[in-house]
Design a protein around this ligand. Sequence first.
Ligand SMILES: NC(=O)c1ccc[n+]([C@@H]2O[C@H](COP(=O)([O-])OP(=O)(O)OC[C@H]3O[C@@H](n4cnc5c(N)ncnc54)[C@H](OP(=O)(O)O)[C@@H]3O)[C@@H](O)[C@H]2O)c1
Length: 260
Amino acid sequence: MINRLANKWVLITGASSGFGAAAACAFGAEKSKLLLGARRVDRLEQVAAASRKAGAPAAHVQSLDVTKTSSVEDFVKWVRGHADKVDVLINNAGGALGLDPVATGKDEDWETMFQSNVLGVLRMTRAALPLMVNNPGSYILNIGSVAGHVAYEGGAAYCGAKAAELQITRALRLELNGTGVRVGTIDPGMAETEFSVVRFKGDTARAKKVYEGVEPLTAEDLAEILVWVASRPPHVCVDELLVKCTDQAAIHKVHRRKVN
Ligand SMILES: NC(=O)c1ccc[n+]([C@@H]2O[C@H](COP(=O)([O-])OP(=O)(O)OC[C@H]3O[C@@H](n4cnc5c(N)ncnc54)[C@H](OP(=O)(O)O)[C@@H]3O)[C@@H](O)[C@H]2O)c1
C-alpha cells in the first residue's frame, strides 16, 4: 500500500482534545509531520508527545485562538517557520455552548459559537491558503456536524453555525476549482469527546447523560475517517461525508439501551 501521508505537513486546529487530538495521533501513525494549534498549550504538548510516539517525524505546537484574527495570523507566521507548504488543513476547532432556546439564548454563547465554528474556519483558511494554492492535491478538511444539516430545539445558533460551515466549504471548493486544492467537510453525529462538557459548561453529569445507553462515535473513529479521506489520490475529492453512530438514525431518533 502506498503511504500518501508520509512526510506531509498536516495542520490541525483544536488539537488539544477530542477529534483533533485523535487525528494528530492517527496522522502521526501515518508518518505525517504535525502543526498543532489550540488555546491549551499544555494539552497540545501531551498530544504532540503521543503523536511522536505513534510515529510522527515532527510534531510542533503553538497557541492558537481561532476567534482572533491576530492569533490566526501569528499562528500561520509560526507555521512558515517550520514548513513552506501545508498539505492537509483540518479546520476542527469549535463546538457548542449551551442548549437554550432562542427565547433565552445568551449573546456570549452565540457570539463564541459563530466566532469559532464560522469565522475561525474563514480566518484560518484565508491565512493558510498561500501555503496551499501552489500545492495541488493539498486538502482543506472542515469539521461540520449533522447539526448543519438538520436543526434541533436549543441548537439554533450551533446548527446555524455548522450550516454556515457547510456553505463555506461549498463556496471555497468552487473558488479553488482549477488549483488542485481539495475541499471537503466531515460532518459527525454524536461523538463522546469533551464536546458536551464544554456545551454544558463543566456539568459532567449532564454531559454524560447525552450518551446514556448509546454507543456513540469516538474521537478515534473520526480520526480514522480523516486519515482515509486525506489519503485518497490527488484526483479524488471527498466533498461531504455524514458520519453517525449506528444508534443514531437521525438527530431525533437515537436508540438507547436500558441502563441499570
Ligand atoms: N463531539 C461531537 O458530538 C461533535 C459532533 C459534530 C461535530 N463536532 C465538531 O467537532 C469539532 C471538534 O469537537 P470535539 O468533539 O473534538 O470536542 P472537544 O473535545 O471539545 O474539542 C474541541 C477542540 O476545539 C478547540 N477549540 C475550541 N475553541 C477554540 C478556539 N477559539 N481556538 C482554538 N481552538 C479552539 C479546543 O481546544 P482549546 O480549548 O484548548 O482551545 C479543543 O481542542 C468541533 O468543531 C465540533 O463542533 C463534534
